[in-house]
Design a protein around this ligand. Structure first.
Ligand SMILES: Cc1cc2nc3c(=O)[nH]c(=O)nc-3n(C[C@H](O)[C@H](O)[C@H](O)COP(=O)(O)O)c2cc1C
Length: 366
């Protein structure tokens, strides 16, 4: 897939997720084959003001791997300046968030509220486009629309492209839906049909398994898929998608040993990059992600509230994996179907998927 001059060789992207897609998380996904990662959304104004909490999240991927930075706001100058800060750390693309449904964001008329102001949204894209060198694409991520009656994603996407956006990502829910109901494949299809074919359209929402991926690609015609919650504790989903796209055997869910090793790698990446006082919280999150759905994991997670030292929690988790492996050495558990319940503040976890495939998707995986 090409985003202007940027080539992404595996058509799967990691979705930006606040308080999740930090450098360790992105690195794990990159090491498992994701095509591109993007930082969580960063307030353009906070970046311009040099707010430490925000600027420390502006991080380049390791080992020179390409990455995107997502920014949000509604002030032309702030967005343009923030985009330059992203350029300064080597970002390969700058994405503008026009889909966040959070109250505090829409209260400031940012995020998904911009779908109600397409002209201002266009000016924002133009301002960022004008600020950045030509080789860095400007992209936009938005929702289906504000509410059921205002599903303007196709027109909105075209307006963003006219203003200079080189890629559109659509999460097929409206702002009022939050995370309830299902992401609509139909609206993503409509966006794909409306936007000029040289501009990639990325489908997003509820992709938890390889079958969901195939269904999203085949039923919407999208050029790539962006995955958020399905990647929590399951970077192996990217390995499967990459193998499937390459026509290779799909490795499937990891063994307990692999899971333990990647958990340790993830924690290792946190060390030295996460403030000491935050480390225990981040390790707890990782424990929850990597053990969800496994036998006895609820007990481990309950106990994980007690240790104050990250090392004690890591050791307990490694012991847990070792015991699991001794008892059931060949256990392979797919966690994807349970990932939805980790959404903070979601009205409702997404319906588990990977079951009913449409006829086109069935043919594609057959
Ligand atoms: C915890 C969490 C944080 C999120 N933060 C962001 C964000 O910073 N920027 C953004 O564009 N979307 C954000 N999203 C939305 C996701 O990028 C994605 O559009 C949504 O979760 C649907 O995709 P999924 O079903 O694959 O998770 C967030 C979602 C979650 C669950």
């Amino acid at each position: 897939m090409r985003i202007a001059n940027l080539v992404v060789d595996t058509e799967v992207l990691l979705a930006p997720m606040a308080a999740v897609t930090d450098l360790p998380f992105r690195t794990i996904c990159e090491e498992h084959g994701v095509g591109l990662t993007i930082t969580e959304f960063l307030s353009a104004r906070a970046l311009c003001e040099g707010a430490k909490k925000t600027t420390q999240k502006l991080t380049a991927s390791l080992d020179g791997r390409r990455f995107g930075v997502q920014i949000f706001g509604r002030e032309l100058d702030a967005l343009a300046q923030a985009a330059l800060l992203a350029r300064d750390i080597g970002a390969s693309l700058v994405d503008i968030n026009m889909g966040c449904p959070a109250k505090r964001v829409v209260a400031g008329a940012c995020g998904s509220a911009l779908m109600k102001e397409p002209e201002l949204a266009q000016q924002l894209v133009r301002a960022v486009r004008a600020a950045l060198p030509a080789e860095i694409p400007v992209t936009v991520k938005h929702r289906a629309g504000w509410d059921e009656k205002h599903q303007n994603a196709p027109e909105f996407a075209c307006a963003m492209v006219e203003a200079g956006a080189a890629m559109i990502t659509v999460h097929g829910r409206t702002r009022t839906q939050g995370f309830s109901g299902k992401s609509s494949l139909t609206i993503i299809r409509k966006v794909r049909d409306a936007v000029p074919s040289q501009v990639p359209v990325i489908g997003n929402g509820d992709v938890l398994t390889l079958l969901d991926y195939v269904r999203m690609r085949t039923e919407t015609g999208c050029d790539a898929v962006m995955i958020g919650r399905g990647a929590l504790g399951n970077p192996w989903l990217f390995r499967d998608i990459r193998a499937w796209l390459a026509g290779e055997p799909v490795p499937g869910a990891p063994t307990v040993e692999e899971r333990s090793a990647v958990f340790l790698r993830h924690v290792g990446l946190m060390r030295g990059r996460t403030e000491d006082k935050r480390l225990i919280h981040e390790v707890r999150k990782a424990v929850a992600w990597y053990t969800k759905g496994l036998p006895g994991s609820a007990d481990l997670r309950d106990q994980s509230q007690a240790p104050r030292e990250p090392d004690a929690l890591v050791a307990a988790t490694v012991d847990y994996f070792a015991a699991l492996s001794r008892g059931r050495p060949r256990l392979r558990v797919a966690l994807a179907a349970t990932a939805g319940s980790l959404v903070a503040g979601a009205d409702e976890a997404p319906a588990s998927s990977g079951t009913e495939l449409g006829p086109v998707a069935k043919a594609a995986v057959a």
